[in-house]
Design a protein around this ligand. Structure first.
Ligand SMILES: [Zn+2]
Length: 126
């Protein structure tokens, strides 16, 4: 079962936190007023005004570092992102290893070439 995760990120001071919602006790919630769901409509049959339900807003928190309002953003499957990141790191490591090998091979070739040319020079001079 995949848990829902939220990422809190403060754009002002770069403070960030990833939470599944259970460890936000230490944070100060910022009270937000509900957003109206729309214009109230008059129902002629029931002879009364229907007010649409207000849209529930995501909770907002105060950044513990600078006090700005931070809105949590939902993270979909963080494990997938972690796996992806690790795979990228692995590929990068491999690529660097290959690069190092290639560099070594080129250096060895250059050295051999120089040695060969020096050898040829010696032969030519003698
Ligand atoms: Zn902040």
């Amino acid at each position: 079962m995949s848990k829902k995760y939220y990422r809190l990120y403060c754009e002002i001071c770069n403070w960030k936190k990833v939470t599944d919602g259970s460890e936000i006790d230490g944070l100060v919630e910022v009270k937000t007023s509900p957003v109206p769901g729309g214009v109230p409509k008059f129902d002629p049959i029931k002879n009364k005004t229907i007010t649409p339900k207000s849209i529930k807003q995501l909770k907002k928190y105060k950044c513990p570092k600078c006090g700005r309002v931070v809105t949590p953003r939902k993270i979909t499957n963080p494990q997938e992102k972690i796996d992806q990141y690790n795979a990228e790191q692995e590929r990068e490591k491999e690529r660097k290893q290959w690069e190092a090998l290639e560099k070594k091979a080129i250096e060895k070739y250059e050295r051999t070439k120089v040695e060969y040319e020096e050898e040829q020079d010696r032969i030519d001079r003698s």
